[in-house]
Write a protein that binds this ligand. Sequence first.
Ligand code: F7E
Length: 271
Amino acid sequence: MHHGDLADAGSLIRLLEKIRPDEVYNLGAQSDVRISFDIPGYTADVTATGVARLLEAIHQLGLPARFYQASSSEMFGKVREVPQTELTPFHPRSPYAVAKLYAYWITVNYRESYGCHTSNGILFNHESPRRGENFVTRKITTAVARIKAGLQEKLFMGNIEAKRDWGYAKEYVEAMWLMLQQPHGDDYVIATGETHSVREFLELAFDRVGLDWQKYVEIDPKFYRPAEVEHLIGNPEKARKNLNWSPQTKFAELVCLMVDADVKLLADRCQ
Ligand code: F7E
């Protein structure tokens, strides 16, 4: 492990010079959409300009490294078409999404300007037991485990009618790697092609431990966002065709594996 910071160009140059990587995967960002409304300036500095610093460091050093940028379905925001593809126009709805849009285009720009092998993975929501607890899926599964164990009484939620295309993170990381094994950089939507509401996630998660979600969930307006992305669903056809990639884990399986992991984590901690 090495220490660097997307806000510090010098640290990126030093790191790249030392490691001379063949492949660079930029997953670094202030990635919480809700928090980006509170810290828009910091979000822009790290999530947007940080990518320009990283690309410019690779370019200045003349490294032949292939570059992956973690672009986001949040860029589609107030969606212009359903489902979303690589050709769907963007309409970002948060400081986070606006920053990701800059990062997307600067990645395309280094490909077109200097012939760099750069790719954008436009990843729809991807989840796993390692997801941070501030994101909705893990917030729900940790709460389900705690409520089942008698350690928590209520779960306070925001807009549970929002719909997302949720996939399994482990499979999405394979897609990232596949992009950098292609002869040329390109942009790909990575999604399942299915959409589900937060409400459906709640139902399945509580059901997994034999509880009725409606007895435990309450709505708290503090978790609403100033502008919401209501409905996302991606079409991963290009990735299927060019990368031979397709999602394997279905929505219900994903919910169950996350609930099971949190139930086990809590049991292990309590021993
Ligand atoms: O929210 C709604 C919330 O915070 C999903 C990031 O990885 O994926 C993620 O962005 C939905 C939203 O993820 C609560 O309003 C309701 O509609 O899990 P989330 P996100 O905003 O979709 C994309 C692809 C990224 O790129 C991002 O970096 O759930 N929701 N109630 C809630 N969300 C949260 N966090 N907490 C609630 O209580």
